[in-house]
Design a binder for this molecule. Structure first.
Ligand code: PMP
Length: 358
């Protein structure tokens, strides 16, 4: 008898819903925390030249030494720390959990937080412990320390700032978690460019701290490049589960080139942060809308009839993220990425029109 998917595919995988990426052609796309700005024309020409001369017939440099050297400077990685690169930081999360996936191991994160922590734990057959945040999305350090004592997690993931809530947790509470954890604590700084706070210099204080960054939110989402910084004692082992050549030739070349234009990336991040303030103030003025303070490039907001608001925006050509129904503390919550002033204007105009038609 031939086997069916029920016989072959693990129960927990059959029970999953695939990570859904909605169709966005022709829409004002404010759903995925992308940077709305392209690179200036002269930098695009430099990139085109690089691509023209790239040795696409060869495998990439497996150690990506030149790119790592650039990242060390750009990201302020303390001397003596190792760096591991991933095909996006998603891949680094996968490598970490895969390397620690002993039978019975647990991974600890927060609720609500970045969904891939839980999903990848499930892919790897590892138990995920989601510790609830407070109703205002703060980290309840006493509760986390108690959960760590109970579950003895192999890994702890802290998104700093958090997605989808946008806030930075209190640094003292994060430090308490690092002190209490029996194993590595991964501080995921995907939104660092908009937050201005970091645990990177603290790597030398805590042997069990690992700091993760990505270029995705800084205008290079299409390249897929993430990095993990930390002590060699941990990274040397995580590196063993990395697939050879995981960072391709074009990503290595282009990332290195763009990192030489740090000032441009910083200017774009500053423009986005300024727009975040304007968007927050405008949202606050709308009746029945409550935006949550954000240190990232997106804003979470609560509004009555969130599903209707989401659909109304979509009909008007604006795509954001509907979080209603994804978690009890996100009832009636929507998340909008900060776009260009024009895109944000289109979003606000469509939101006003939608709210007055509900
Ligand atoms: N961490 C957090 C907190 C995120 O929100 C995201 C993207 N949504 C990622 C990691 C993954 O980013 P990437 O794989 O593009 O580097």
């Amino acid at each position: 008898m031939p086997k069916t998917p029920e016989d072959i595919i693990r129960d927990e995988i059959r029970a999953l819903t695939a990570y859904h990426v909605p169709e966005a052609a022709g829409m004002v796309k404010l759903d995925a925390m992308e940077n709305p700005y392209r690179l200036p024309a002269d930098v695009q020409v430099e990139i085109a030249r690089l691509v023209e001369s790239a040795a696409l017939n060869r495998y990439p440099d497996p150690g990506a030494a030149r790119l790592k050297a650039c990242l060390r400077v750009a990201m302020g990685i303390p001397p003596g720390m190792d760096v591991l690169l991933g095909n996006g930081s998603d891949e680094l999360i996968q490598m970490l959990i895969m390397a620690a996936a002993r039978p019975g191991a647990a991974v600890l994160g927060f609720e609500p937080s970045f969904v891939m922590f839980r999903m990848i734990a499930t892919f790897c057959g590892v138990r995920y412990v989601g510790v609830p945040l407070t109703p205002e999305f703060a980290l309840d350090a006493d509760r986390v320390v108690a959960a760590i004592a109970e579950h003895q997690p192999a890994l702890v993931f802290i998104a700093y700032p958090n997605n989808p809530t946008g806030n930075l947790f209190d640094a003292t509470a994060v430090a308490r978690v690092i002190d209490a954890a029996p194993g590595p604590v991964v501080v995921d700084e995907a939104y660092h460019a908009f937050a201005g706070r970091t645990f990177m210099p603290r790597l030398t204080d805590y042997p069990n701290l690992l700091v993760m960054r990505t270029l995705s939110k800084s205008g290079l989402a299409g390249l897929r490049l993430g990095l993990l910084a930390g002590g060699n004692a941990w990274l040397a082992h995580v590196d063993k589960v990395r697939l050879p050549y995981n960072v391709n030739v074009l990503t290595q070349l282009v990332a290195e080139k763009v990192l030489r234009h740090q000032d441009l990336l910083a200017q774009q991040a500053a423009a986005i942060t300024a727009e975040r303030t304007r968007l927050f103030d405008e949202l606050k003025r709308l009746p029945g809308v409550r935006p949550f303070p954000s240190d990232a490039n997106f804003i979470l907001f609560r509004t009555g009839m969130a599903d209707g608001v989401f659909n109304g925006l979509k009909q008007r050509g604006v795509l954001i993220k509907n979080l209603n129904g994804s978690h009890p503390s996100l009832v009636d919550c929507l998340r909008v990425t900060v776009g260009t002033p024009e895109e944000n204007g289109r979003f606000l105009e469509s939101l006003r029109a939608t709210l007055s038609n509900l």
